[in-house]
Design a protein around this ligand. Structure first.
Ligand code: UD1
Ligand code: MG
Length: 419
């Protein structure tokens, strides 16, 4: 398979001096295609209308809490525009540094030989961090414990962005890649002072004999494993234009709806704070991801890189841990779990694992055919027949959304009986 990505050669060469993007140099670089606002508008309307309705009308939320959520939403909106504005600028810089990839699912067509700027997740990561740091100034009600956990969460996310970018630039071997998130999770695990006990599901209480089980350090191990799973499972459910960011947008929207439902249904301020905490991190994640998606949607003008997949996975793991809803989070990750199970034989080395496990593209018809590589993408193609890249991506995102609906249904059915 053709090398997907070219990097700066390791042999010493006369270093091209990094130049400031002057009017003449930016005119020399071919501009990337403009953002696809139409696709983004449709996707955000679909997922966000319910959330906005729940926040603004359905639930009676404490005015102070609602104020903080709205300030955060305002900052996030600014983050969306900043991301849209910065991506074309950053694209020019990464291309100049030979950080690009070829669109493998277009190989054999003119689009397949275009150098697509890679690792634009770095823009999203930086904008997100700036917003998340600035937000602390507006959240006056936060106590010091809250701030410690919030900043530890940001340290973990920042560490993950750094390691993701290192991976994009250096192309770290695949098995090392797998464990990177466990290092990034360390700041959070060290600062975590919350409870380490779990509530035993009611149907199991008679057998176990206790209602609450303190897991101690095992709970922290679980948190670390959750971070490793969320990051890698997003990274390996990939390879179609828009899929990496699309799945993040769908899961993030589901997390927001879940959080606001929990805040609306509870009167306990501590419980509400835990869920508000994840809203403060997920709103900026969603907004900046939408900015990136407007360039990454089919046909992709930029690639997101492992910087983005790791960053998004870590942010969602962190909110699941600190918001104490990791079981719900795992059900939102249902397609990723299926993809992981399908991938296991290749990940474990039982079946040979090529560098890219993508479908086969036919330049004549423009359709993708499933290969024998164990991924959900290939499984869907084998199940539903040949598809275009765009329609397959939409199908997978609809499946992701149906998984989230299933999770809400399950929670509703089991409420009271399970816990
Ligand atoms: C993971 C997958 C790999 C898949 C790759 C695609 C495993 C174990 N690894 O590897 O099978 O091929 O993601 O993202 O499952 N690309 C496209 N179209 C896209 C997105 C990416 O052609 O829409 C190609 C580009 O050449 C891009 C490259 O994939 O440069 C990025 O691959 P990278 O993220 O480095 O792959 P991995 O995360 O290591
Ligand atoms: Mg990747």
């Amino acid at each position: 398979m053709a090398t997907a990505r070219k990097r700066t050669p390791s042999k010493p060469e006369p270093e091209p001096k990094p130049q400031a993007p002057t009017a003449s140099s930016s005119a020399a670089d071919p501009p990337i295609s403009p953002p696809k606002y139409g696709a983004i508008l449709k996707l955000s309307c679909f997922f966000l209308i319910l959330y906005v309705y729940l926040v603004a009308r359905h639930y009676e939320i404490d005015p102070e809490l609602k104020g903080s959520i709205l300030i955060n939403a305002g900052l996030s909106l600014f983050g969306y525009f900043a991301t849209v504005r910065l991506i074309p600028v950053a694209s020019r810089y990464v291309l100049r540094r030979n950080l690009f990839g070829y669109d493998i699912n277009k190989k054999g067509t003119p689009q397949g030989s275009v150098k697509v700027p890679e690792s634009l997740g770095i823009v999203v990561g930086i904008v997100f961090l700036v917003l998340a740091i600035l937000f602390q100034f507006s959240n006056f009600t936060a106590d010091s414990n809250w701030l410690v956990e919030y900043n530890a969460a940001l340290a973990s996310i920042c560490f993950m962005i750094l390691l993701g970018f290192v991976d994009d630039v250096l192309d770290v071997p695949w098995r090392v890649k797998l464990i990177l998130p466990s290092f990034a999770a360390l700041p959070l695990l060290m600062a975590y002072a919350g409870h380490t006990s779990i509530i035993i599901p009611k149907p199991l209480v008679p057998y176990i004999g206790i209602e609450i089980l303190n897991l101690g350090w095992i709970y922290k191990l679980y948190m670390g494993l959750l971070a490793v799973f969320c990051t890698n499972s997003i990274n390996i459910h990939a390879g179609l234009n828009g899929l990496e960011v699309g799945q993040t947008v769908v899961i993030a929207a589901a997390i927001l709806i879940h959080n606001i439902m929990q805040i609306g249904a509870s009167k306990d301020p501590e419980y509400q704070q835990a869920h508000a905490f994840s809203i403060y991190l997920i709103q900026p994640l969603l907004a900046t991801s939408l900015g990136l998606l407007s360039y990454n949607w089919y046909p992709s003008a930029v690639f997101v890189g492992d910087t983005f997949t790791y960053f998004a996975g870590m942010t969602m793991a962190v909110v699941g841990i600190l918001g104490h809803f990791s079981e719900t989070l795992l059900i939102f990750f249902l397609p990723q779990i299926l993809n992981f199970l399908l991938s296991l034989p290749q990940l474990a080395g039982i079946v040979p694992c090529p560098r890219h496990r993508l479908p086969r593209f036919d330049p004549q018809t423009g359709l993708l055919t499933g290969t024998n590589d164990g991924t959900l993408v290939n499984f869907f193609l084998r199940l539903f027949g040949q598809k275009t890249e765009k329609s397959l991506c939409i199908l997978l995102l609809v499946f992701q959304a149906l998984g989230c609906c299933f999770c809400f249904l399950l929670r509703w059915l089991l409420a009271g009986w399970y816990k």
